[in-house]
Design a protein around this ligand. Structure first.
Ligand code: ADP
Length: 445
């Protein structure tokens, strides 16, 4: 098929040849007139098809594309192919969009797309239901006008989206939602809302169950422990051959008592929703008393001598709940004592524990470094799980409950602090607690 340019050139050439021929057999005037008529006809024909194209472009539909003639037939055929492709792509795109909408509508989580200025661009029906939105009315409105929760607004503007946000919708206070924000390209955000009502109910039931069981066990255990203690104190009440069994019974009851106390502490911490106290803590005196307790513990274990070193930055302090932090730091220090003395006899190393309290890049760091048995790398990530112990029998021998680090973790979460653990087997471990700048107080001496 000839190119459009060739077709145009062919027409002009043919017109020229005919005019030339006429000039030869008639006159130049006749030839010029014929040439002019030919050109006018050519021009009018183009104008006609250009007008057809212009009309079609006003309402471009596949079935109304003009057929055209001459070179215009080629133009309209190319347009037909282009339009047909377009329609096919549009159909495929609409089908994909429909599938996407069906899938997002079937998702139990709600999705909202927020613009760079946090206005609602699009959301799924579940998001409408969970967040009491109405896309047709609320489109392009700032989400902070519709979710009027000051903590949510702070979460949105702080742009720290590592942790999800818990939201109780104002209009549905019985509901509990988890909100996750994911930054997208062009400074847009994807908001995912998840209904946690059912999961929270089960979690509360689990917590209540553990708290109730622990409470119920505490009373009979106190009675049994009391009787055992009285009997042990009574001269001649226990025959000499039964003495070892009595000691074992006493040890086991006090172990059970410790487990129950730790379980109760954990469930109390878990059920606390309010923020911890915001009092400035006298770290020097708190850590001194923890050091003294650790010395007492190491002496009571009656093993090898142990040096406990304390280094405190006197002008560095934090705001927090003193008793909770005492419990967390004591747990870490008593672990250091227990798992350093557990190493006794395996080599001739000296037994040292280094407790420090120092600033670091504007944050405050409490750390306990021991020279104990150490922890193999594969266990480190799991240490804060309840009852996770590297060596069950060693934990029991040293008086552990397997709950100490879980308690530490909960206290630290409440204080927005992080726990970092580094350890080398048979060399020792370092447990560091990093408090955020927002909790740090630096006093001038
Ligand atoms: P436990 O009461 O058994 O010590 P924790 O929750 O306090 O329970 O600690 C969990 C486990 O982590 C311990 O059983 C022990 O295996 C390990 N661990 C904790 N602290 C130390 C430490 N300083 N050195 C070596 N192992 C440790």
């Amino acid at each position: 098929m000839l190119d459009i340019r060739w077709k145009a050139a062919l027409y002009i050439c043919a017109l020229g040849i005919i005019s030339l021929f006429l000039w030869l057999i008639t006159s130049a005037t006749t030839a010029l007139i014929v040439f002019a008529i030919g050109l006018i006809f050519y021009f009018i024909r183009h104008l006609f098809w250009l007008n057809q194209l212009h009309n079609w472009l006003k309402k471009p539909e596949l079935k109304t594309i003009p057929e055209g003639s001459g070179m215009w037939e080629d133009v309209f055929t190319a347009l037909l192919h282009y339009e047909r492709n377009n329609v096919q792509q549009q159909t495929a795109l609409s089908a994909a969009l429909e599938r996407f909408e069906l899938a997002t509508a079937a998702m139990p989580d709600g999705l909202v797309i927020l613009s760079a200025s946090n206005a609602i661009e699009w959301c799924t029906p579940h998001a409408e239901n969970q967040l009491s939105l109405n896309l047709s009315q609320d489109k392009n409105l700032p989400i902070v006008n519709l979710i009027r929760d000051s903590h949510f607004i702070a979460y949105l503007y702080n742009e720290q989206f590592d942790e999800p946000f818990k939201l109780t919708p104002i209009h549905q206070p019985e509901r509990s939602l988890e909100i996750e924000l994911i930054p997208l390209a062009n400074q847009q955000k994807l908001l995912i809302s998840r209904d946690m009502t059912q999961r929270d109910k089960v979690e509360t039931m689990r917590r209540d169950f553990i708290a109730n069981v622990s409470h119920e066990l505490r009373t009979p255990l106190t009675v049994v422990g009391g009787f055992l203690e009285t009997l042990s104190d009574m001269e001649g009440a226990i025959p000499a051959n039964l003495k070892t069994y009595f000691t074992m019974m006493e040890d086991q009851t006090s172990r059970m008592r410790r487990i129950i106390e730790d379980l109760l502490t954990l469930s109390t911490l878990e059920s606390k929703t309010e923020s911890p106290d915001d009092h400035e803590i006298n770290m020097a005196s708190l850590l001194k008393s923890i050091q003294n307790d650790a010395i007492g513990l190491s002496q009571s274990l009656k093993k090898a001598p142990l040096q406990i070193h304390l280094h405190v930055d006197p002008i560095l302090s934090i705001r927090g709940a003193q008793e909770e932090l005492r419990s967390a730091f004591s747990n870490l220090v008593s672990n250091a004592v227990r798992y350093t003395l557990a190493r006794e006899g395996t080599n001739n190393k000296s037994n040292d524990i280094f407790i420090s309290w120092e600033p670091q890049n504007g944050e405050a760091v409490f750390s306990v470094r021991d020279t104990g048995i150490g922890i193999a790398q594969q266990h480190i990530d799991r240490l804060t799980e309840r009852f996770y112990r590297v060596d069950r029998s060693r934990s029991r021998e040293t008086g552990g409950t397997g709950l100490g680090l879980s308690i530490v973790k909960h206290i630290l979460i409440r204080h927005q602090a992080k726990l970092e653990i580094t350890s080398t087997l048979d060399v020792g471990s370092t447990f560091s607690v990093i408090f955020p700048k927002s909790r740090v107080v630096t006093t001038s001496q």
